[in-house]
Write a protein that binds this ligand. Structure first.
Ligand code: CA
Length: 245
């Protein structure tokens, strides 16, 4: 099987070279003498095995330095001194003026997100019309205040014509309340970009918000339930996309 795979690799990618290390490339170059394996490309990357926490933890006797990609946290994990560690990283900003979050593989809020109080979670449902999981606000008492969840800083410093879209679904209980979308450039001063006053269920639909007011800026985005939490069963959100050019 390994022989077949190596043959296919050579056939598809182009060239193997064997010196003191192994080179995989399309230009017949020798591997760097410091590398046991030197994969060279300007159009492709290298994939680590992708797995969940549970699958990772079932690896028996992991070697010192073993690496995997954790699909639940979105981070590279490596084994060191009898424990798994994770490689921290921030999202590389401003990739073609696109930012998105669909909560794939997550069981808690994405890295860099915060919430207050704690009724916002990532929940294994698809009521907003996307694919499970999704973001959910759910009542737990009868407090009247702002219940918000905030993204990490989103860098759109060289982008214009910004627009936000997301799927959402609202399961109303009684009375009326406000759903707000806000932005902030400093995390403390928040400006409403859109508000919906809700008096009934909102079936799964896409809400689009003009964010051109924050063109060319780095900002936080937050979703706010403004009212008595007892008046709503839940607000479900998925497939959040900010795009510009
Ligand atoms: Ca989703």
């Amino acid at each position: 099987m390994i022989r077949i795979s190596l043959f296919l690799l050579v056939f598809l990618i182009g060239h193997f070279s064997f010196g003191q290390g192994v080179g995989i490339n399309s230009d017949a170059s020798e591997p760097d003498p410091s590398a046991i394996l030197d994969a060279k490309s300007t159009t492709q990357g290298v994939l680590f095995p992708r797995m969940t926490n549970e699958q990772r933890d079932q690896i028996s006797n992991p070697a010192e330095g073993l690496m995997i990609f954790n699909t639940q946290t979105g981070r590279i994990n490596y084994f060191h001194s009898d424990l798994w560690h994770e490689v921290f990283g921030s999202i590389i900003p401003n990739q073609n003026c696109q930012w998105s979050q669909d909560f794939t593989g997550l069981s808690s809020l994405p890295v860099g997100w915060t919430t207050s109080p704690s009724q916002w979670t990532v929940y294994s449902s698809n009521d907003a019309g996307g694919i499970s999981p999704e973001l959910r606000f759910y009542y737990s008492g009868s407090v009247v205040q702002l219940f918000w969840v905030r993204t990490e800083m989103i860098d759109m410093s060289s982008c214009s014509n910004l627009e936000l879209s997301f799927r959402h679904y609202v399961r109303h209980y009684q009375n009326s309340f406000n759903l707000r979308v806000q932005t902030s450039t400093n995390g403390s001063t928040w400006i409403n970009r859109a508000t919906q006053t809700v008096t009934d269920d909102i079936s799964a639909t896409t809400w689009t918000v003009d964010l051109s007011a924050v063109d060319g800026q780095s900002f936080y985005l937050r979703f706010v339930y403004d009212g008595n939490e007892f008046d709503i069963f839940g607000w479900y959100i998925d497939d959040i996309i900010i795009s510009g050019n």
